[in-house]
Ligand binder design. Structure first.
Ligand SMILES: [Zn+2]
Length: 133
């Protein structure tokens, strides 16, 4: 069902949100890019799931994107129902991750963007190499 969807091209920000590999403190902490795994906006551990579903800081953005109060299953259904929903999610992911990026920079944390780009490039190269065989 997921692979058959007609819409939903996965881009830079949506990839981060869906894979958890991105501007999430817990992920960055694992790679030694952060001193702690705590969310910048609340005391919880910051993961993609936390950012997408739980962090109170993004409540307003979630409401605007119609993704408030969804669990993972309901969220995936939401994405598959229409391309408008996908666009709302894309918009949410872009705005939220840009803000997080900016906040991290403001606090003087390590610059994450170049790091993610290289991780994503490496993953794409890996996919490409494994598709050759
Ligand atoms: Zn939070």
């Amino acid at each position: 069902m997921w692979l058959d969807r007609a819409h939903g091209e996965v881009g830079y920000y949506t990839t981060q949100m869906l894979t958890g590999r991105g501007c999430f403190e817990e992920y960055l902490f694992r790679f030694g890019r952060r001193r702690s795994s705590s969310c910048m906006y609340c005391p919880a551990v910051d993961t993609a799931e936390h950012t997408l579903f739980h962090c109170p800081y993004w409540n307003e953005r979630r409401r605007a994107a119609d993704i408030q109060d969804l669990n993972t299953d309901a969220f995936l259904r939401f994405l598959l129902i229409s391309s408008d929903n996908w666009k709302k999610f894309e918009d949410f992911a872009r705005r939220v991750l840009r803000d997080k990026d900016e906040e991290a920079r403001r606090r003087g944390y390590l610059e994450p963007s170049a790091f993610f780009s290289s991780v994503l490039v490496l993953e794409n190269v890996y996919c490409w190499l494994s598709s050759i065989e």
